[in-house]
Design a protein around this ligand. Sequence first.
Ligand code: ATP
Ligand code: MN
Length: 466
Amino acid sequence: MESIRRTKIVDLLRKKKEFGATVDVKGWVRTIRGNKYVSFIHLNDGSTIHNLQIVADVEKFGEAFFKPVTTGACIHVVGTLVESQGKGQTMEIQADTIEIYGTADPETYPLQKKGHSLEFLREIAYLRPRTNTFGAIFRIRHHMSYAIHKYFNDNGFFYFHTPIVTASDAEGAGSMFQVTTLDFNNTPRNDKGQVDYSEDFFGRQTNLTVSGQLEGELGAMSLGAIYTFGPTFRAENSNTPRHLAEFWMIEPEVAFYDINDNMDLAEDFLKYLIKYALEHCKDDIDFLSEHFDKELVERLNFVIANDFVRLTYTEGVEILEKSGQKFEFPVYWGADLQSEHERYLVEKHFKRPVILTDYPKEIKSFYMKQNEDGKTVRGMDVLFPKIGEIIGGSEREADYDKLVNRTKELGMNTDPIWWYMETRKFGTAPHAGFGLGFERLILFITGMANIRDVIPFPRTPNNAEF
Ligand code: ATP
Ligand code: MN
């Protein structure tokens, strides 16, 4: 037989081949059933949530042939594409040849049975992309990555690569992973007994980045509008369903934007991404909706259709104080809002996404633009149903003296970010930006409840095996 090329199942379902054509498919067996005369194999190749039915004549292959063709086995089928007589599919393949690439012993294959819990699947993260659920999630992740680049490219933003290894600490918190080549069993010490980092690889203490913002601002102050999209690392020991130690962040930064422009960008960007998902990931979203979250599609459409509420932190706190709601953490002016507070505003009070602005300076970073009142800064958090904070951003303080004063008030050592401070000396400009947590976006779009389930290899405290 003349050799033909493999066709992906997604392309067959898109009718890229005529009935009667000889086709070549490869994939993993999801199920196999049948009788003495015929075997039905449901094959999935990862290109779509949908399986392809392979029909094999038992007499032709011999009964023994099918013994090793079990759930999880990988096979290569050549056969004729025909219209299906059965329920549940429009087409199927009448197999001429079946080659077994790899078997999966039913006694030991962890995914032999259906219906495993998400918790169990996290323990076999190396295999879970083989399941319908994780196939759907990771395809959506791909489409959203593409949509993010497309949105910014179409809107004149440049993708600016900020470093992963840095000597700065954007958040001023002690939540960083150190990067070093020093030998812990024999660390060089200075005469005060402190570790001598001049002996380290970079000649200074370095860590994995917690945000690309500070370097991103340098991009905005030259290219005008940039975005970063890369991995971010935070060693916060918070075992929550919304925090990872390694996550991906998208950070646009724009010269000449004030906080209102910044809010407009955040709202337009999020709505674009959700719309893109509904248009390009429909089958996967429908699957996840059916199995995990019946209101998913409705919620996604609702966010697209409605304006986000915009109000100040002060107004938000007033609403929370008057709500009569019992919260685990107390609310008062000056408190850092917890997810329960954010979700109350979004889900119970406004029933819409909310953008809170003008936070007390004490709970926000040094670089946020200071308001006239001397108490608040021009920060903004976008709060979403089920998620809480999905975006955090601000207009940045563009005035050199004000920025320096704030770092002094905070007792910050600005030596490691002297270059950042200099941007306010040479051609400073009003500018603004924000950070969108990619996995929080994927949580929202997939309707999943735990952030460990929307990244292929989650890194959390005590968990980095695979
Ligand atoms: P939170 O208060 O939820 O811990 P944050 O205020 O520390 O978040 P920012 O520093 O504002 O977060 O980071 C910008 C965005 O990055 C957040 O709005 C969120 O979407 C995402 N993000 C922050 N920390 C994490 C994390 N540990 N895991 C996943 N996403 C995160
Ligand atoms: Mn934040």
